[in-house]
Ligand binder design. Sequence first.
Ligand code: IMP
Ligand code: MG
Length: 179
Amino acid sequence: MTTTPLKHAQVLISEQEIAQKVQTLGHAINEHYKNSDKELVLVGLLRGSVLFMADLCRTITKPHELDFMTVSSYGSGTVSSGEIKIVQDLGSKIHNKDVLIVEDIIDSGRTLSKVIEVLQTRNPHSIEICTLVSKPSRREVDVAVKFLGFEVPDKFIVGYGLDYNQQYRHLPYIGEIGL
Ligand code: IMP
Ligand code: MG
């Protein structure tokens, strides 16, 4: 079997820049939750958040759970639609917990606003968002991001969890493939 070689992804955010940012975000998160007596749970959205989650959780000193959910947005290619479907739900209850959603990228904001809507019905103590990347110029739905890594212009990016057709997630940096 042959594998088509991937297009080269030009570096936009280097591995070192990501590592530094993850530390900064971790400090801010530790500060934010230090006086809360509620249980903390990090909720990662699969699959894009996996690399970010793995690095971020190691900077958070407060004891916490890791949980994941898979949502699919009805839509195709590089654009997400307004509706989401929960393909795999969280493994644990979030009632009365501090929920920190960990996301790879916010584009239109539709996915996260729906996820928050769903999670709110379960009566957590709080819900905040930590996203590594945001594309503010693409926003269609307002979502309040408490912890933000990088803002990028309207380009399709890959790497460090972000995919194009399920490829490129393993790159240690974030790059652009020029679609
Ligand atoms: P939203 O619902 O439009 O905010 O889309 C968010 C989701 O779209 C992210 O979780 C990604 O899975 C995907 N996405 C948006 N922009 C990019 C990109 O530039 N590269 C890879 N995935 C992206
Ligand atoms: Mg995603």
